[in-house]
Design a protein around this ligand. Structure first.
Ligand code: PLP
Length: 401
């Protein structure tokens, strides 16, 4: 569970100390530590949990989760270098649809544990790069499953996308992998969706992955050792007090693996959103309130250049209002009561909207809007320097250890 009161208190204290309007990301590292530790502890022993760095690559987040994950999933040479600077020896797995020769070579140099290969051409290129270094690389083939689960916000498989290898072409890829001397085919990678909130459907998806590998073992008469089921566990953005029922899910997962995963398999999860989302917040002060053509707008010090997710997904980002009673001006304070409000940012584009027509009990200029579930794909996916407004502050809640 989130520590909302602690976060609100920290923001009120920060506001009291500062001059201009407040705009800050708050990362509750103490609670992130507890959350990641409990995720990791609940997983069956044959499962390895990796953190997908792209969800939030803040160094302090990486350092906080590091003790509780097996390692990191990186999706670029840049992420790889970032992880290696911080953790010289952590296991790293490397994926992504467009890897350059330089990135593949760096992955070998940096002793990446597994490379997720996304096409037959990439397989050949990797083999060539590894052969010239007189080494072999451990590889998973990324499968674009025909029967990937539906119901998530983003789907990378089960339909035409740039990800992975079409299940219809996988036989050729396996065949190629098995004949290339510098490729050591360890298994398969199935990351197929993001923001999946249906626990039962996510389990069925994992079952599909397991069946695929079992079938491949029969077809090729050999054992594989790694089944990477990817990430994709979701957040209820429209209902932030509700969470993916991880305890139920991990119990069922335990049973499923006991039934369907032979002991020579290691199952990998590479979670991003579900690790990072709930302990990150974005706080921004209301600069103006106005009613244009019947719609009430609050304009905040900040916007989608800091938190692009709601604009990208055309959704209302969940928020609450932190009342700030202090009012320095000698004239009336603009405010609205029991109205629907649209939260807009400070950018000069009508697309800078974080929530539209949302009921609000009271909002005044000078109050602070606190966006929840902002720790994953928030700051990291935003266009920070559009319009050259100052960046937010970053506040880390971390008791000294
Ligand atoms: C982004 C990504 C993840 C993490 O996905 P979440 O939905 O954040 O859990 C895992 N694996 C791959 C290959 C990814 O691209």
């Amino acid at each position: 569970m989130e520590r909302l009161n602690t976060v609100i208190q920290a923001i009120i204290e920060r506001k009291a100390k500062q001059q201009g309007p407040l705009c800050a990301y708050v990362y509750d590292l103490d609670n992130l530590r507890v959350h990641t530790a409990s995720l990791s502890a609940s997983l069956p022993p044959s499962v390895r949990l990796f953190y997908a760095v792209k969800a939030n690559a803040d160094e302090r987040i990486l350092k906080t989760v590091a003790p509780y994950v097996t390692g990191f999933e990186v999706a670029s040479g840049g992420e790889l270098q970032k992880v290696r600077r911080l953790f010289a020896d952590s296991p790293v797995i490397f994926g992504g649809p467009g890897k350059t020769d330089e990135e593949l070579a760096a992955a070998i140099e940096e002793r990446v544990a597994l490379i997720h290969v996304e096409s037959v051409w990439e397989l050949q290129r990797l083999n060539w790069i590894a052969a010239r270094r007189q080494t072999t690389v451990r590889v998973l083939l990324r499968v674009n499953l025909r029967q990937a689960a539906s119901g998530a916000t983003l789907h990378m498989a089960g339909k035409p996308t740039q990800f992975g290898i079409d299940e219809q072409h996988i036989a050729e890829a396996i065949h190629t992998a098995l004949t290339l001397p510098s490729i050591d085919l360890q298994g398969f990678h199935f990351h197929s969706m993001s923001n999946h909130t249906d626990e039962q459907a996510h389990l069925s998806f994992i079952e599909t992955c397991l069946s695929f590998v079992a079938q491949a073992e029969t077809t090729y008469g050999r054992r594989f050792s790694v089944v990477n089921v990817g990430g994709g566990v979701g957040v209820h953005y429209n209902e932030p007090d509700r969470q993916f029922r991880w305890n139920w899910f991990s119990k069922e997962l335990n049973l499923l693996l006991r039934r369907q995963a032979p002991p020579h398999w290691t199952v990998i999860f590479e979670l991003g959103r579900f690790i990072a989302a709930h302990n990150g917040y974005y706080a921004a002060e209301v600069l103006d309130l106005k009613t244009n053509y019947g719609t009430h707008f609050a304009i905040i010090r900040g916007g989608t250049h800091h938190l692009r997710l709601p604009a990208a997904w055309k959704m209302n980002h969940p928020f609450l209002v932190i009342p700030i009673d202090e009012w320095p001006y000698p004239f009336n304070r603009p405010s609205l009561h029991n109205q629907r409000v649209t939260l807009a940012g400070e950018l000069c584009t009508p697309n800078d909207i974080l929530a539209r027509d949302v009921p609000c009990a009271r909002l005044r200029v000078g109050d602070i809007v606190l966006f929840r579930c902002a720790g994953a794909y928030g700051w990291d996916i935003s266009h920070h320097d559009f319009l050259s407004h100052p960046h937010p502050e970053f506040i880390y809640l971390e008791s000294s250890m």
